[in-house]
Design a protein around this ligand. Structure first.
Ligand SMILES: Nc1ncnc2c1ncn2[C@@H]1O[C@H](COP(=O)(O)OP(=O)(O)OP(=O)(O)O)[C@@H](O)[C@H]1O
Ligand SMILES: Cc1ncc(COP(=O)(O)O)c(N)n1
Length: 266
């Protein structure tokens, strides 16, 4: 059985964070494990409370997994603070973690800070150089590189900068582009565009979590990075297409195993 670990925040409404990650791992046939960095009280309308976990319990969760179980890939999501970033970076280093997928979560769709703005520099210094692949959206890419990332031209420029910062592979996600939802993958040599028509829906809670977890699941199963990103793009597209209304606000993506089996992703 292949395994993947998610190090991320908990979303009480189950649409994003740890919950979305574990659902994605399961749907793609990978055994999911978790280390919780923060607990959010949130629903389809927004985030009402955040509690950060302390360093001891975060590093203890990561050590407990790595000292006992072979981890084939690890996905990192919400980190909240500089202290948590440093704790996670040290824990991954200590455990010789491989196949690190870093989703540079900063602000929820509903507008709450999931990473304190002053922690962006720590993320750049401590975790981007350790990542096999980073997956910023347009806003996150802009915050990391220091210029506006708004179209394919600036996405390409940002991918070069993020690769220079130390991420071996970079996917700049185009979920927030005007028009089609095209993502860009840069492997240090070539730029590859993963085109996609925009699906007209408001139910996109957790799309970024779903996408990065699907990449981690692909890596855990031994796929080449390009193939892991291609499968993850197909997965998230189906997950958004079948996204649904839940509660009063932005509904979640869909993780039914049967859908992905039918699409040949498993
Ligand atoms: N409406 C849409 N139609 C098709 N694909 C989409 C749509 N919205 C997002 N995507 C795709 O979903 C994936 C996640 O991208 P997105 O830019 O939404 O991430 P994100 O902003 O980090 O998500 P989150 O806000 O959940 O953290 C990307 O592959 C993106 O192209
Ligand atoms: C715990 C947690 N992690 C990540 C997200 C980002 O997802 P979204 O941008 O869709 O709100 C979230 N809302 N909550």
């Amino acid at each position: 059985m292949k395994t993947a670990l998610t190090i991320a925040g908990s979303d009480s409404s189950g649409g994003a964070g740890i919950q979305a990650d574990l659902k994605t791992f399961s749907a793609l046939g990978v055994f999911g494990m978790s280390a919780i960095t923060a607990i959010t009280a949130q629903n389809t309308c927004g985030v009402t409370e955040i509690r950060e976990m302390d360093s001891m319990i975060i590093s203890a969760q990561i050590d407990a997994v790595y000292t006992d179980i072979a981890v084939n890939a690890v996905k990192i999501g919400m980190l909240s603070s500089s202290m948590i970033i440093e704790t996670v970076a040290e824990s991954l280093e200590r455990n010789h973690a491989k196949n690190i997928v870093l989703d540079t979560v900063m602000i929820s769709k509903s507008g709450s800070y999931l990473l304190k703005p002053e922690a962006v520099d720590t993320l750049k210094r401590c975790l981007i150089p350790k990542a096999l692949i980073v997956t910023p959206n347009l806003h996150e890419a802009s915050a990391l590189v220091g210029f506006d990332v708004i179209d394919m031209k600036s996405m390409k420029k940002a991918a070069l900068v993020l690769n220079e910062m130390g991420a071996a592979y970079v996917v700049v996600k185009g979920g927030h582009l005007e028009g089609d939802a095209c993502d860009l993958l840069y492997d240090g040599k070539e730029m590859m565009v993963f085109p996609n028509k925009r699906i007209r829906t408001i139910h996109t809670h957790g799309t970024g979590c779903t996408f990065s977890s699907a990449i981690a699941a692909g890596l855990a199963k031994g796929l080449e990075i390009k193939d892991a990103v291609r499968v993850a793009k197909e997965y998230v597209t189906i997950a958004i297409k079948h996204g649904f209304s839940l509660g009063k606000g932005v509904g979640p993506t869909h993780h039914f195993y049967d859908l992905y089996k039918k699409a040949g992703l498993i």
